[in-house]
Design a protein around this ligand. Structure first.
Ligand code: IPE
Ligand code: IPE
Ligand code: MG
Length: 234
């Protein structure tokens, strides 16, 4: 079986999961955080090398202060305690996104877990937090322009490989994108890295997404015919 090297997940549907149960949206986020821990451990166990997850978009700041505060506090808690199993399994944790306007205590917790796992070699969990794909491309363009202005790079040397180094993290291309909750869109997730990725959409709400369904996704991926623009030879 061919296991995708880089899997990306848009973890959507936490709010609806809670609302359906007559609970606050925050209850869905808490449940979603448990799912994230389980699914990431499972993905690495299955041989995935890089897992990118959409935890919070730049546009999610448009939500109520109550929901945003809950999520930020939940992230801190997760980075301080929940991610211990991943650390112990040798997974390196990195972040993608803008720092502004994240709170100081959130940034501190992010820095700490990145630092503590920076030498881990068994896989990479890329947590996209305060992340936008368009923002990432703008930020990369600004850094490139600055490096051209200060003669660090030449315009002639800009290619896909060099461009990738200006993104938040220099990661391999995405092989498989999963979105839960039935929405058929990529919103603002990893637009550059998504080229030629296989898409898998499921109506399962993220808190209900489990190992069994992940196996189904891997089976489906294994049957896909990836051509990258060329013609398949017999
Ligand atoms: C995804 O679930 C988590 C975040 C965006 C932080 P949602 O909160 O978007 O849940 P729904 O889509 O409203 O159900
Ligand atoms: C995408 O989900 C962002 C995350 C999962 C963190 P949203 O729920 O914010 O996306 P839209 O608004 O439905 O496109
Ligand atoms: Mg949503």
């Amino acid at each position: 079986m061919i296991v995708p090297n880089h899997v990306a997940i848009i973890m959507d549907g936490n709010g609806r999961w809670a609302t359906k149960r007559g609970k606050e949206r925050s209850f869905g986020h808490l449940e979603g955080s448990k799912t994230l821990e389980k699914i990431s451990l499972y993905a690495f166990k299955k041989g995935v090398k890089v897992l990118s997850v959409y935890a919070f978009s730049c546009d999610n700041f448009k939500r109520s202060k109550e929901e945003v505060d809950y999520l930020m506090n939940l992230f801190i808690k997760m980075f301080k305690t929940k991610m211990k199993k991943l650390k112990d399994k040798g997974i390196k944790i990195v972040f993608s996104g803008r720092k502004e306007p994240l709170r100081e205590d959130v940034l501190k917790a992010m820095d700490k877990i990145s630092f503590d796992t920076k030498n881990n070699q068994n896989g990479i969990l890329n947590i996209c937090l305060n992340y936008g794909g368009q923002e990432e491309l703008i930020d990369a363009s600004i850094k490139i322009a600055n490096d051209i202005n200060t003669n660090k790079i030449d315009i002639e040397n800009i290619d896909k490989e060099l461009f990738n180094k200006y993104l938040y993290n220099d990661l391999p291309v995405i092989d498989l994108l999963i979105r839960t909750s039935g929405e058929l869109r990529v919103s603002d997730f990893m637009l550059y890295q998504m080229a030629y990725a296989e898409f898998y959409f499921t109506s399962t709400l993220f808190p209900d997404f489990n190992e069994e369904e992940f196996d189904k996704v891997l089976d489906a991926y294994d049957k896909r015919d990836r051509r990258f623009g060329s013609i398949k030879e017999n």
